[in-house]
Design a protein around this ligand. Sequence first.
Ligand SMILES: NC(=O)c1ccc[n+]([C@@H]2O[C@H](COP(=O)([O-])OP(=O)(O)OC[C@H]3O[C@@H](n4cnc5c(N)ncnc54)[C@H](OP(=O)(O)O)[C@@H]3O)[C@@H](O)[C@H]2O)c1
Length: 404
Amino acid sequence: MSKVLIIGAGGVGRVVAHKCAQNPDVFSGITLASRTQSKCDAIAAEVKEKTGRDIATARVDADKVPELVALIRDIKPFMVINVALPYQDLTIMDACLETGVHYLDTANYEPPEEAKFEYKWQWAYRQRFGDAGLMALLGSGFDPGVTNVFCAHLQKHHFDTMDYVDILDCNGGDHGYKFATNFNPEINIREVTANGRYWENGDWVETQPLQYRKRFDFDQVGEKSIYLLYHEEMESLTKNLNGVKRMRFWMTFGDEYLKHLEVFRNIGLDSIEPIEFDGHKIVPIQFLKALLPDPATLGPRTVGKTNIGVICRGTKDGRPVSRYIYNICDHQACFRETNAQAVSYTTGVPAMIGAMMMIRGDWMRPGVWNMEEFDPDPFMAALDAHGLPWTCNPTDIDIDALPD
Ligand SMILES: NC(=O)c1ccc[n+]([C@@H]2O[C@H](COP(=O)([O-])OP(=O)(O)OC[C@H]3O[C@@H](n4cnc5c(N)ncnc54)[C@H](OP(=O)(O)O)[C@@H]3O)[C@@H](O)[C@H]2O)c1
């Protein structure tokens, strides 16, 4: 039984609050803090209505270490669950070190002034967390997060060498808007418009944004176009899995979404470089964010399913093996349970489970760790038990043989 401090009251924070409240045996006390306290209060009221539990709320600017330290000292949680933005990862880690509490997040640090995400800044905290006897669990969302655990499960139970790994992220949901992003628009657009990259024979191969496309038939969703992107879990997985010759990440995008994105690009609305407007400095992508629907409001109107998983071809006992492991999640079912759509749900549930692993001691080791560095079995069992059931089957799908 432990107290947790959740930071960030967006779509993901809402799901984490609901899921922690559903598990009082593990989470004895919950505080939800964010930049805008009214959002925390609204979530607390929903949680009370659905679960009968009271959660405390607070206001904090997580860019400011002294504010975080004061809040953590006041609450004295076992750990912080950081579901604010990647920009706050380091300040929250600093505050955890200063106050002696454990840390978990769902996305790796990204400097606000540069569209570049890497683990190097957070891995640099390994010694300090280790020396302090504290644990930091990085990337406990779905991808990164569950995809890492799926890989660890495949490695533990099905493969000696994981030669060819493809991660497939499909959102078959429809929110009825011409253009909206399912999570923070700034982070989302930066991710999609960046150059792609995949791992091959010990090195990264760079691609143009959305250069490679395939048509893939997703279980319970149907046929979609998937595009090759760089995604952060590949940085740790290529280091931690056995015998990876090639690893790629694919995500679905609809034609309408890509058409809008292309226009934003062409006129510079996706830029993070500040411009002068009417005597003020504005950042175009932040202005665009203000115009777009708030992802936290998409829940009631989103229908359809997500299907996210991993296909691996490799060997076991000298014989070729291939497996496809995935989860399917229904947007409306997620909304009925937590007032959030499936993209927030599939991130928030693993964040709660990661915290549960740490509190129960299933995963507890001082230092800074990625998800695949722990035993996948208790996490996989918890996915089944807490709303993200998975399927793992042999497969003969060859992505390279699929049509473009
Ligand atoms: N691993 C995965 O699978 C995965 C998938 C999706 C998202 N994510 C990550 O999950 C995190 C949350 O996503 P989301 O969709 O919930 O985003 P969101 O809806 O934009 O919510 C972010 C929340 O953080 C708060 N926040 C921002 N800056 C803050 C600061 N300086 N101090 C305190 N609070 C601050 C925001 O406050 P305001 O309400 O005041 O703006 C908002 O409540 C992001 O880091 C995202 O990258 C991970």
